[in-house]
Design a protein around this ligand. Structure first.
Ligand SMILES: [Ca+2]
Length: 186
């Protein structure tokens, strides 16, 4: 196992792997950190003007969330903003976008403090469907001090999707099944 300790002044947030680099956001410092993927050596820092929440990439650009309904597209080398989308569903803007993962041409975003994941069109920001993640942990696991769902990972090579949460004792591999027309859960 290899560990890199985040300096104590930072609150570590989303991470994505871009080629041979690991890119990490911090919550309110406005600073992103770039590490060598193999050695975990800190290579450089970059700044942004929003909070840092989740990050993923679509093969061309980084995609970043800041807890609002906006997703930002950043150049993967200069970290300059090259575009943004506003995320919405039939009921209006979808705020508190948190953990992100680029999956099969869509951006998956967990809504903070819910068990819901939005499937977002990267072109328009429209929510194409909701993934409901209630009931993953059983009664025994819920007796532990578990926190919010906030982990989504996609293995593109084997087309496998995983979810987990803060302090959750398990990572779940999930398969999506259609339950009904798109809508917003209560
Ligand atoms: Ca992720």
């Amino acid at each position: 196992m290899q560990i890199s300790q985040l300096p104590a002044q930072f609150f570590g947030e989303g991470i994505t792997i871009w080629r041979d680099r690991i890119i990490q956001l911090t919550w309110r410092s406005g600073i992103g950190l770039v590490y060598d993927k193999n050695s975990f050596e800190l290579l450089e820092q970059f700044t942004y003007s929003t909070e840092g929440w989740g990050i993923t990439h679509n093969g061309n650009h980084l995609v970043m969330s800041d807890g609002t309904s906006t997703l930002y597209f950043l150049h993967p080398d200069s970290f300059e903003e090259i575009g943004r989308i506003e995320v919405f569903d039939d009921y209006g803007p979808v705020t508190r976008l948190n953990e992100l993962e680029y999956v099969r041409g869509e951006i998956y975003a967990n809504v903070w403090q819910t068990n819901r994941i939005a499937r977002i069109s990267p072109k328009t920001g429209k929510v194409m469907g909701w993934i409901e993640m209630d009931g993953l942990l059983n009664q025994e696991e819920l007796r532990e001090p578990v926190d919010v769902l906030n982990g989504i990972a996609y293995d593109a090579e084997k087309d496998r999707l995983f979810v987990t949460g803060k302090l959750w004792p398990k990572v779940f591999e999930i398969k999506l099944v259609r339950l009904g027309p798109p809508g917003r859960a209560p």
